[in-house]
Design a protein around this ligand. Structure first.
Ligand SMILES: C[S@@+](CC[C@H](N)C(=O)[O-])C[C@H]1O[C@@H](n2cnc3c(N)ncnc32)[C@H](O)[C@@H]1O
Length: 359
């Protein structure tokens, strides 16, 4: 499946073509590399393909003339540090795939897909398609922006691949996940296989700052809680480049606000999520800067922001006490809270947003 996508070298943008490892002798490839992707033309640069997954990272590039990365060295270092955490969490989920299906895609969707009775069109009814409790209304806004998904080429930026699997269930032609974590790709593939859509799923180990796909290769991109893990001055232009004309992207991310600042001030960075991703580096997004940047690269760039003290209460109850409302109930609560905060002029308390982009 990976061979059908227009992969490009993340460092030069040159097209990549499949080749056997023997095509670039004398270089150190991972022992598990079953093939390579190699730039066409002089001074070739090669990347390994491991278990059918292209590893299109700066670290994996081999050749006589590998140029330096345009992304700062410190950013690459942070990503390398985080990957161990993502790998560990994804491997644990893959080991319990039945449980992971329900947790990552939602119990209702899991049950209906098992019976072959998924309602539609995506994302209706949202009670089936929306899985996030803490971002229930923002995820719904993002999904509505991306619909319809029928016959689209869909990429999930970062994460487990669960949204790519939903896109396949909703009729996408192909869908996959781009993540710096090999284990997340494997988890995405295991999820896709378990829903019977693995033949249309693809995965790539890469970063959002250097998306290794040709211009206009995609119709839809979604990221949940991932854009703020990228350096947006690189990832936003890269996203615009890989989307076809009129293509759409949507991202759901947390917002820096006074409640978050007070909480991290009290509890420290390591306790900020009350969850599993402690120790990762996130880069809280400045909404004005993000809007301005997105406005320069996209024809449409809208923001739907919501979630204040009530949302933090719901996230805390879900993560620390295992008491979560259904996403549909959470969405209603957050919309009511949003209306109240709007009336009181307290929009600065919003802690979550959906960025809705149109090429
Ligand atoms: C807090 S997790 C969010 C997981 C997500 N909610 C999901 O759907 O599974 C952050 C994610 O950011 C992704 N990530 C981190 N750095 C990245 C980068 N530079 N480019 C793309 N994705 C990145 C990782 O794949 C990781 O799963």
């Amino acid at each position: 499946m990976f061979t059908e996508l227009p992969w490009t070298c993340p460092l030069t943008g040159r097209p990549l073509a499949p080749a056997p490892p023997a095509a670039m002798p004398g270089l150190s490839w991972p022992p598990a590399a079953d093939a390579l992707l190699v730039t066409e033309g002089p001074d070739p640069i090669g990347y390994p393909v491991v278990d059918g997954v292209p590893i299109l990272t700066v670290e994996a590039a081999r050749g006589r003339a590998v140029p330096p990365s345009p992304v700062e060295a410190g950013r690459h270092e942070e990503i390398r540090e985080e990957v161990d955490i993502y790998d560990r969490l994804a491997a644990a989920d893959r080991a319990r795939i039945t449980h992971a299906r329900r947790r990552l895609l939602g119990r209702r969707l899991d049950q209906l897909a098992r019976r072959g009775a998924l309602p539609g069109p995506f994302p209706d009814p949202p009670g089936v398609w929306v899985d996030s409790v803490g971002s229930a209304d923002t995820q719904e806004a993002a999904y509505r922006h991306l619909a319809p998904l029928t016959e689209t080429r869909f990429l999930q930026l970062g994460g487990s691949g669960s949204h790519a699997v939903k896109a396949l269930l909703a009729g996408a032609e192909c869908a996959g996940v781009l993540t710096p974590s090999f284990e997340e790709v494997q988890l995405g593939r295991a999820l896709a296989d378990s829903f019977g859509v693995g033949h249309r799923f693809f995965g790539v180990v890469a970063i959002g700052e250097l998306i290794p796909l040709a211009d206009g290769a995609l119709d839809r991109v979604y990221g949940g809680g991932c854009l703020h893990h990228t350096a947006i001055e690189h990832s936003v232009p890269a996203l615009a480049r890989v989307l076809a004309p009129e293509g759409r992207a949507a991202f759901v991310d947390p917002l820096q606000n006074p409640i978050y600042r007070a909480w991290t001030g009290l509890a420290g960075r390591r306790a900020r999520f009350c969850g599993d991703e402690e120790g990762t580096h996130d880069h809280p997004l400045d909404l004005d800067a993000l809007r301005a940047l997105a406005g320069r690269h996209f024809a449409g760039a809208e923001v739907y922001a919501s979630g204040g003290p009530l949302r933090y209460g719901v996230v805390f109850a879900a993560r620390a006490l295992n008491l979560a409302p259904r996403p549909r109930t959470a969405a209603r609560l957050f919309r009511a809270e949003r209306a109240a905060l709007d009336r009181l002029g307290l929009q600065r308390l919003y802690g979550n947003f959906a960025l809705l982009l149109t090429r």
